[in-house]
Design a protein around this ligand. Structure first.
Ligand code: GLN
Length: 454
């Protein structure tokens, strides 16, 4: 049924870069057989998924939305891919994304535009716009994204779906093509909080192949989602981040946020305002740290080992082949960030930019730590505005970056957050997301509060 739905609607929406119909059907039949034998390996056995095209798969190309990896198929599965297969979850295909996960609208994909199912003239968010659009249009009941600065939560917010950025280190990055390694985190996306929790349980867990993987169990996210579904939040202390509201926010978004706080209060939560003074520097710090890591990580695309190779005709030196290939293979946003990062890391500027940004990162983590001394979760709008029009910000990277204002602090600190649908904006009738933030390893709190609210 999902493959039929993809065939029917994805020509218009462009959520998938690759659909593996035969592989998905074979996996679904194998899943059916385990269910018939009473040996289903997970609660999601047979439930298909859309996978962001940044996780490696041996049976489908992995392009990261870049010409650099056109037609490249990885020789190994990502740990997350292996976990999905082991749980009996058929992979429908690979979803569109901003090139190497850099962007907020999926318009930086080298291949195609993805449209928001709520209004096809608007962006589905980014960088995981393909996964969010697939969910919102019922092409897939589950999806996987990655969140380096908001790429799970922000697309969830603008498509009225649920997206979770797990605690850093709890979902393996092995086989997740790196954008910024200290920020990247794979995570679950769904249409309900419980679906998302069930998927979270499948993908989380220690992996010795990822040196930043934490060997600590996460809380019972499924149990928390079930507990939250009763709608009782008695005793839960919710902090409203003072710095994540006000000027620059669409009135319809703020109205929805105020209503959300009223709902949580009515469910028994106590609501207090919390000061996180360094959050306003998150954007500046993030857009130094991320490009710095990107400039280093993307050095591997040297046209020698894999990926695009241009100018290999005997008339160019190896250096020239590298330069020609990188010039042709990377899009403008990726080049912009490689240049910013190379500059920020260069001798003489390192302390002023990268070193300073790392200090700000520590201050943001301390703001969170101080806040979580008096509250269980923090809340804010997920995005300052609703989905903008396709093309509206392509020539204005700064205003594109501002769209991530609310999601970035969590990535810098490494803790967990969710975006849950929060109705439609009274200003334009488009979806709004409520962001819930929890301390590191307390991912279960997101599910309790999210399930109560949804
Ligand atoms: N939009 C942010 C960026 O462009 C976040 C990206 C992400 O989370 N992968 O960097």
């Amino acid at each position: 049924a999902h493959l039929d739905r993809i065939a029917e609607i994805d020509g218009e929406l462009g959520a998938f870069l690759h659909v593996g119909a035969d592989e998905a059907l074979a996996a679904a039949r194998a899943a059916d057989a385990t269910i018939a034998a009473g040996e289903a390996p997970s609660a999601l056995t047979g439930v298909p998924i859309a996978l962001k095209d940044v996780f490696t798969t041996v049976d489908a190309p992995t392009t990261c939305g870049s010409k650099m990896l056109e037609n490249w198929t990885a020789p190994y599965d990502a740990t997350l891919t292996t976990r999905l297969r082991a749980a009996g979850i058929p992979i429908l295909g690979k979803t569109n994304m901003d090139e190497f996960a850099m962007g907020s609208s999926t318009e930086n994909s080298a291949y195609q535009v993805t449209r928001n199912p709520w209004d096809t003239d608007r962006i589905p968010g980014g960088s995981g716009g393909g996964s969010a659009a697939a969910l919102a249009s019922y092409q897939a009941p589950l999806a996987i994204g990655t969140d380096t600065g908001g790429s799970i939560r922000q697309p969830a917010a603008v498509t009225a779906t649920v997206g979770v950025k797990p605690t850093y280190g709890t979902v393996s990055r092995y086989g997740l093509v790196a954008c910024a390694s200290s920020l990247d985190q794979g995570g679950p996306c769904g249409r309900t909080v419980l679906d998302t929790a069930l998927l979270h349980e499948v993908i989380a867990g220690f992996d010795p192949r990822d040196s930043t993987s934490i060997d600590v169990p996460i809380g019972d996210v499924v149990g928390a989602a079930r507990a939250g579904a009763t709608g009782d939040l008695t005793g839960v202390r919710v902090g409203v981040v003072k710095q994540l509201q006000g000027e620059g926010y669409q009135p319809g978004v703020l109205e929805s946020f105020e209503k959300a706080c009223e709902v949580l209060r009515a469910q028994g939560a106590t609501i207090v305002e919390v000061d996180c003074p360094h959050f306003e520097y998150a954007l500046g710090a993030y857009y130094l740290i991320l490009p710095s890591e990107v400039s280093s990580n993307l050095a591997r695309f040297d046209a020698m080992r894999y990926g695009l190779r241009v100018g290999d005709d005997g008339s160019h030196s190896a250096d020239e082949v590298m330069a020609l290939s990188r010039a042709a293979g990377f899009g403008p946003e990726v080049k912009r960030r490689i240049m910013i990062g190379t500059y920020a890391l260069s001798s003489g500027y390192y302390d002023a930019y990268y070193g300073q940004a790392q200090k700000v990162r520590t201050l943001i983590a301390r703001d969170f730590a101080a806040a979580f001394e008096s509250v269980d979760v923090l809340v804010s709008p997920t995005t300052p505005q609703t989905a903008f029009k396709l093309g509206e910000k392509v020539d204005d990277p700064l205003s594109m970056y501002l769209f991530d204002l609310c999601t970035l602090p969590v990535n810098l600190a490494g803790n967990a957050a969710m975006s849950v649908p929060s109705g439609l904006s009274s200003a334009d009738g488009l979806p709004v997301g409520l962001q819930i933030m929890a301390p590191a390893l307390a991912d279960d709190r997101l599910y309790r509060v999210g399930a109560a609210y949804e």
